[in-house]
Write a protein that binds this ligand. Structure first.
Ligand SMILES: NC(=O)c1ccc[n+]([C@@H]2O[C@H](COP(=O)([O-])OP(=O)(O)OC[C@H]3O[C@@H](n4cnc5c(N)ncnc54)[C@H](OP(=O)(O)O)[C@@H]3O)[C@@H](O)[C@H]2O)c1
Length: 333
């Protein structure tokens, strides 16, 4: 038997979540029976989509929350998952996970850090890759704007645009992030939407207009960007985080949609699972770009499962640079 600390949602948040919406609970797990695996979690991901799920009922009250995690097999009675192997699954927010193996996939790092499988080589990387290249139909030498550009998805999206020789700009919520985007990732421009006018910044940084707006934020960002889309522009809609703390995740009003007619702009939502069949090509491209120094990443790692609520709140307040993660335990034991 093992005692596992886990994080429960105990109250549906109103607006920005607060610590008292969550509780840490101790669960006792049995040793794995025949065909079962006991996983000791190491890293878990914290994602914006978890916030609307807390309000709309998708996240159940008074039980362990869910989210992507990487763990190590601590004890196994399953032939496919030997002790010591690393596995990816959806049972984050807890120290241990007892599984029949159906929800586990083995990870074999090829020299890269384990954490990359929760971002650049994982879900957020694939989101940016598919969203840009498939939904956004990105072409060489276009004018590209990405919002939440210093985050996990956004920072991959801007670098893919640079790899395609696009004139690429991004928005973000601090001057330090602006500095990272321009000086470290080599963007053609970036601005802090908290201190600068979004519409004016877009006009100054991309005076000829935008071909692809990779939408992560919604509301005022969409309003400003849609007004400056060029003929046959595309708006792949990845997320609208500015609305996630509002009931029903309702975004602010947008007044510029008529530009979709005049400039024949396509706006299309997408979800990452649409791109799962591209995974092999995605991994090959990303590993090559990382090796060539064309794909960089940042991580913000909070320590201890008890800090998962703080990581969630911090993510919604922009405290993360790159991917927000929680380290639950050591990489090896
Ligand atoms: N469609 C899909 O399948 C899919 C998959 C993954 C993620 N997504 C979406 O992609 C977007 C980015 O996700 P991520 O995982 O990469 O998170 P992230 O960008 O790493 O973190 C969220 C960032 O959003 C910014 N933010 C928070 N509130 C904001 C507001 N009111 N206005 C503007 N920016 C705000 C903050 O950065 P600043 O400091 O810049 O404000 C924060 O760091 C989210 O909208 C998410 O829902 C979609």
């Amino acid at each position: 038997m093992v005692v596992s600390k886990e994080i429960h949602l105990v109250k549906r948040p109103e607006g920005m979540p607060v610590n008292s919406d969550f509780a840490m609970v101790e669960a006792t797990l049995n040793a794995p029976a025949d065909g079962e695996v006991l996983v000791r979690n190491i890293y878990m991901s914290v994602d914006p989509a978890m916030r609307p799920a807390m309000t709309n009922g998708q996240t159940k009250l008074d039980r362990a929350m869910e989210g992507s995690a990487i763990g190590q097999v601590a004890a196994s009675n399953h032939p496919d998952f030997p002790e010591g192997s690393y596995v990816l699954h959806r049972a984050g927010f807890r120290e241990y996970h007892l599984s029949d193996g159906k929800d586990l996939s083995v990870i074999v790092p090829e020299g890269e850090s384990l954490t990359t499988h929760l971002h650049v080589l994982g879900m957020t990387g694939l989101t940016a890759y598919g969203g840009m290249l498939v939904t956004g139909e990105l072409k060489e030498n276009e004018n590209v704007f990405v919002s939440a550009a210093a985050g996990a998805v956004g920072s991959v999206a801007v670098q893919i645009a640079k790899i395609k020789n696009c004139r690429t700009i991004g928005s973000c919520g601090s001057d330090e992030k602006v500095d990272y985007l321009t000086n470290e990732l080599g963007l053609d421009g970036a601005f802090n939407y908290k201190t600068q006018s979004i519409a004016r910044s877009l006009h100054e940084l991309l005076p000829e207009g935008i071909d692809v707006y990779f939408e992560n934020v919604g509301g005022a960002h969409l309003d400003a960007a849609m007004g400056q889309m060029r003929a046959l522009g595309r708006v792949p809609v990845c997320g609208m985080i500015s609305a996630y703390n509002t009931k029903g995740a309702r975004s602010e009003g947008v007044t510029t949609l008529s530009n979709m007619i005049y400039n024949r702009v396509t706006m299309k939502g997408f979800v990452v699972y649409e791109f799962f069949d591209m995974r092999d090509q995605f991994l090959a491209d990303m590993r090559q770009w990382i090796a060539e120094g064309k794909m960089k990443y940042q991580e913000t790692i909070m320590q201890g499962v008890e800090n998962a609520p703080n990581a969630m709140i911090g993510l919604l307040q922009g405290e993360n640079s790159g991917k927000m993660l929680v380290q639950i335990g050591p990489e090896t034991e």
